[in-house]
Design a protein around this ligand. Structure first.
Ligand code: UD1
Ligand code: UDP
Length: 363
């Protein structure tokens, strides 16, 4: 079986790691396409090196742009590659523009699409990620869900569970629960001495970790300014590795003056340093999907800087709390009051995913 994998953004490199390893060990030929959506060294090549990912055979070099122009350039490039390679299936991850372009290009060429991290819903259609996920799920021929909530969302949209046979017909593409490949990645890398060493510049004596990059928090400079103000008033240092999107808005609107107080600004961290930094934090403040889950898995209290989350299981027991209003940030911080459950599976989501791909598309 020949699988064409589409990646392009930071979290997709992390998710691809365990799945690429599982494909290699189950005898699947994988050909990697990097769309070039993320391109800075610390947003892209650092991860390929650190996570020991296979070299992309195709690099489309698409770069940044508006949603339309970025997605359109990816579509053109991916279509060409799919026609050349003729894979048995195209594998896409998550909810970025690279995911959407991969799913659309492949499905129009009648190549089955496999979606890892299917079924997530925030019910907020102003998020570009929500539009991408809904579209990609409905274009996919195999939907691999990380949580039981995601399965329920898919059932409610007319998809059918794979264990009920291999259904055919509109809106009946099969889904299966596999767990979350980010847990597989975390388990694999947490043992690394580099994750234990974490980031050398960490303050001693306790700190919070912040990450902020969602369009809804960064595109409005007034809102971003309010978040930065709230962070800077913390009762201990706030370690803040800046996503390039956030950095660009800070520079464009001259918000550098807001970066004082408790804030300790860092460049984006590699995955191992990020894991170590998360593990040592007193609490995590984030609008990242991946970081919310990692905080839950690592047992670090988290505030999600949004009004809603698609990772609803993290809210149970107070491990994750929602706060979409900067002035209420610090009153949202509270001690967890319940157990954490193994909601993301047992760390074998990647081999399960590959086995299902072989079952459906192998020959
Ligand atoms: C994208 C995804 C988002 C995901 C995030 C992970 C979409 C619609 N959004 O958001 O779902 O959570 O990746 O990090 O696909 N930039 C650089 N260097 C880079 C990459 C980006 O400077 O290597 C800057 C550019 O100014 C660019 C901006 O960041 O315009 C936004 O990048 P883009 O890839 O469009 O979206 P993200 O915010 O990274
Ligand atoms: N991450 C990282 N370095 C950073 C910030 C995040 O390695 O400076 C990792 C993080 O540990 C998680 C993933 O990137 O595994 C999450 O990606 P991101 O926040 O960019 O996107 P999202 O998950 O919100 O789509």
């Amino acid at each position: 079986m020949k699988i064409l994998t589409i990646v392009g953004a930071r979290p997709q490199f992390i998710k691809a790691g365990p799945v690429s390893r599982a494909m290699a060990s189950q005898g699947v030929e994988e050909i990697l396409v990097h769309t070039g959506q993320h391109y800075d060294l610390e947003m892209s090549s650092l991860f390929f090196k650190e996570l020991d990912l296979p070299e992309p055979k195709f690099h489309l070099g698409v770069g940044s742009g508006s949603h339309g122009s970025q997605t359109a350039s990816m579509l053109v490039g991916i279509e060409r590659v799919v026609m050349e390679i003729q894979p048995d299936a195209v594998l896409v991850y998550g909810d970025t523009n690279s995911t959407l372009a991969g799913a659309l290009a492949a499905s129009k060429l009648h190549v089955p699409v496999v979606h890892i991290e299917a079924g997530l819903r925030s019910w907020n259609r102003r998020m570009p990620e929500e539009l991408n996920r809904i579209t990609v799920d409905h274009l996919s021929e195999l939907l691999l869900a990380p949580t039981h909530q995601a399965c329920e969302n898919l059932r409610n949209e007319g998809f059918q569970e794979l264990t009920h046979g291999n259904p055919s017909g509109t809106h009946q593409q099969p889904y299966a629960w596999v767990g979350d490949v980010m847990l597989d990645a975390l388990n694999h890398h947490l043992q690394s001495p580099n994750a234990r060493r974490a980031c050398p510049e960490l303050p001693t004596g306790g700190y919070y970790l912040a990450s902020l990059h969602r369009a809804q928090n960064t595109d409005d400079p007034e809102l971003l300014k309010s978040w930065l103000n709230a962070f800077s008033q913390a009762d201990r240092p706030v370690v803040f590795p800046l996503h390039p999107r956030t950095k660009a808005v800070i520079e464009r609107f001259g918000l550098q003056e807001q970066l004082g107080g408790s804030l300790k600004i860092l460049p984006p961290l590699g995955y191992l340093a990020m894991l170590g930094t998360q593990r040592g934090a007193a609490a995590i403040l984030t609008d990242s999907g991946g970081v919310q889950k990692e905080a839950y898995i690592l047992g670090v209290p988290c505030i999600t800087l949004r009004q809603e989350t698609e990772w609803t299981e993290t809210l149970e027991g107070g491990w994750n709390r929602l706060c979409g209003e900067p002035s209420k940030l610090w009153e949202s911080l509270g001690a967890p009051n319940g157990d954490r459950k193994p909601v993301y599976g047992d760390g074998t989501a990647a081999p399960k995913s590959v086995a299902l791909m072989l079952q459906l598309f192998g020959h």
